[in-house]
Each structure stands twice: as structure tokens, then as C-alpha cells.
Design a protein around this ligand. Structure first.
Ligand SMILES: Cc1cc2nc3c(=O)[nH]c(=O)nc-3n(C[C@H](O)[C@H](O)[C@H](O)COP(=O)(O)OP(=O)(O)OC[C@H]3O[C@@H](n4cnc5c(N)ncnc54)[C@H](O)[C@@H]3O)c2cc1C
Length: 286
């Protein structure tokens, strides 16, 4: 299949991107790495007469670091982020990136594209949610910031307004004594996860001073498991991780699709959470 005919726009500045989106309205779509958009268009699930390609906007391809956060520009390729020294200071992001598809996909796919696309089985939206990242949005009204907890509205739906682009994401850096784990089940290596869990902990001796647990593939958005986080903080580093997994899975209401039943997704969730936490605690102790 081939996409229907479209006009390709290649602006070189963010304000030009915003102006083109304003000019063409619903007829325009942002093109980043094209790893989700082009298949959707080729399968004629959607048609857009105007694609605004943001690959030639240098300001969107920068990574910068402060002591507390790493700012990743929307157009940073996933494969570039995988090898970046600043991104390495956000270990949950660094660990999640290699789980995305295959290296050919990550060579084209972008950090911002994955988060803006908001697929509930994708790793990077879950990283943003787990770490309480800030999403930088740029539109006709200028720049604003959206907390990740308010960004993912439903499958492929975000809090970006019409005419806005995701311009960057700020990922908080956790301090010493922290560890992270990413675990998932997929039919084959490189496939989207059927179910996944991303976890982080900070230890002070046997005390868990900070915890995050986020699941993918179990709802219409990535799911933050607040009750399980609270139980882990209350129970400490030697908490019963099977029980924490059960607490995380209890409120989940996954749906079924051709890849897995809802019952299967629910059944494996506690074990996936336990594995992610085991890895996170091991790293934090070391
Ligand atoms: C075979 C295959 C396997 C894959 N496996 C996985 C996987 O396991 N895990 C995973 O997470 N992903 C997977 N992907 C998807 C891949 O990670 C994509 O890179 C990602 O979903 C979208 O990023 P992109 O840069 O390619 O965005 P595009 O495809 O260019 O855009 C996707 C959508 O986001 C919008 N968009 C993009 N950038 C912006 C922006 N800056 N501001 C506003 N809107 C924007 C576009 O308009 C479009 O609607 C897979 C893809 C393929 C083809």
C-alpha cells in the first residue's frame, strides 16, 4: 500500500513549523521519524494532504543537561539518545530505549514522536509518566509545560492543543542510591510489548525513599501504579515483591486484542512488576 498524495513541507525553524500547522489546520500533520505515521498513512488508516517534516529544525535535535534534569529535543532520534552521555544519567530512559522495535526503527524514530504518538504499549510515554517528566509544548501562544501525569489522555490522544508541537521533554535525574528496571513480555524480540513494567527506587539503607512503577499494554494510556508504590515505600527494600505486584495489577482493566487476551495481560502483570522491581532494587543496592 502507498499513502495518498501529500505535500511535504520542510521548515527549518520552530516558528515556521507552528505557522505551517496554523495555515493548514486539520489537513496538516507533523512528520518526525515516520515510524508510526507513515505506516498509518500507507495503510490508509489516515490521510493528510500536508506533512510538516520537523527533521530539519536544528533546535529540536538538542540534548542538554542541568544537575536535576535532562532536556531531550523532540527530534532526537531514539538511537542517538541510546548512546548519549546525558541520557545515561536518566537510567530508566536509557534502559527503555533498546526495547523499542529494532535498531532500524530506532535510527529513524524520535523521542518526541514516540511520546506525542502516545501508544499505550510504548516504552517512552511510560518513562515520562514514571519519572514525572515535563512535556514542553510550542504553539501559536508560545511555550508551555505539561506534566506527564496530565499529558496522556487515551490511545493516541494527548493534551497537546491543535497547532501545538511537542518541542522537548525534561526528564528528572534521580540521585545516588537509585536503581531502575524495565521488564516486558513480547511475542518476538522487537515487537510491541504485550505487557511491560518500568520501575525505579531510591534506597537509604533498607528504606525506600522514592519509588515509581508504571505499566504498559494494560490500558488506553500508560498506567502509574500509585498504590503499589506506596506499599513498597511502606514495606521497604525487603518488602514482598509478589504482593507489590498483586497490588499493582489489582486495579488494571486491560483490553484484549489479536495479540493477547485481557485475562492473560492481567495474569502476567504481577510477575512483570516483580521482575522490574527486583532489577531496580538490585541496581540500587549496588
Ligand atoms: C515494526 C515497528 C515496531 C515498533 N515497535 C515499537 C516498540 O516496541 N515500542 C515503541 O514504543 N514503539 C515502537 N514502534 C514505533 C516507533 O517507536 C516510532 O518511532 C514512534 O512510535 C513514533 O516516533 P516517530 O518519530 O517515528 O513519529 P512519527 O511516526 O513521525 O509520528 C507519530 C505521530 O506523532 C506525531 N508527532 C511526531 N512528533 C511530534 C511532535 N514533535 N509534536 C507533535 N506531534 C508529533 C505525528 O504527527 C504522528 O501523529 C515500532 C514501529 C514499527 C514500524
Amino acid at each position: 500500500m502507498k499513502p495518498s498524495q501529500f505535500q511535504h513541507h520542510a521548515p527549518e525553524r520552530v516558528d515556521e513549523v507552528v505557522a505551517l500547522l496554523a495555515e493548514y489546520g486539520d489537513d496538516a500533520k507533523v512528520l518526525a521519524g515516520g515510524q508510526s505515521l507513515i505506516p498509518i498513512m500507507a495503510l490508509r488508516m489516515a490521510t493528510y494532504p500536508h506533512l510538516v517534516d520537523i527533521a530539519r529544525v536544528p533546535d529540536l535535535s538538542k540534548i542538554s543537561a542541568t544537575p536535576n534534569a535532562v532536556r531531550v529535543g523532540a527530534m532526537v532520534r531514539q538511537s542517538h539518545a541510546e548512546r548519549d552521555a546525558a541520557v545515561a544519567t536518566v537510567p530508566l530512559l536509557a534502559k527503555a530505549l533498546p526495547h523499542i522495535g529494532h535498531f532500524q526503527i530506532r535510527n529513524r524514530g524520535t523521542v518526541g514522536g514516540s511520546i506525542a504518538h502516545a501508544d499505550p504499549a510504548s516504552e517512552l510515554p511510560a518513562v515520562a509518566l514514571a519519572l514525572d517528566a515535563r512535556i514542553e509544548a510550542t504553539g501559536p501562544g508560545g511555550v508551555r509545560f505539561i506534566d506527564a501525569s496530565e499529558f496522556f489522555l487515551s490511545t493516541w490522544q494527548t493534551a497537546l492543543d491543535d497547532g501545538e508541537i511537542l518541542s522537548a521533554v525534561e526528564f528528572p535525574v534521580w540521585g545516588a542510591g537509585s536503581g531502575f528496571g524495565v521488564e516486558e513480555i513480547a511475542r518476538r524480540k522487537g515487537d510491541f510489548a504485550l505487557v511491560g513494567a518500568l520501575a525505579g527506587v531510591t534506597l537509604d539503607g533498607d528504606r525506600v525513599t522514592r519509588a515509581c512503577i508504571t505499566m504498559i499494554g494494560v490500558g488506553s494510556t500508560p498506567v502509574r501504579c500509585h498504590e503499589a508504590e506506596a506499599a513498597l515505600i511502606a514495606g521497604g527494600a525487603n518488602a514482598d515483591l509478589d504482593e507489590i505486584g498483586r497490588i499493582a495489577a489489582a486495579p488494571l482493566t486491560p483490553t484484549h486484542d489479536v495479540h493477547a487476551s485481557a485475562a492473560y495481560r492481567k495474569h502476567v502483570s504481577p510477575a512483570i512488576v516483580r521482575r522490574a522491581l527486583t532489577a531496580a532494587l538490585k541496581e540500587a543496592r549496588s
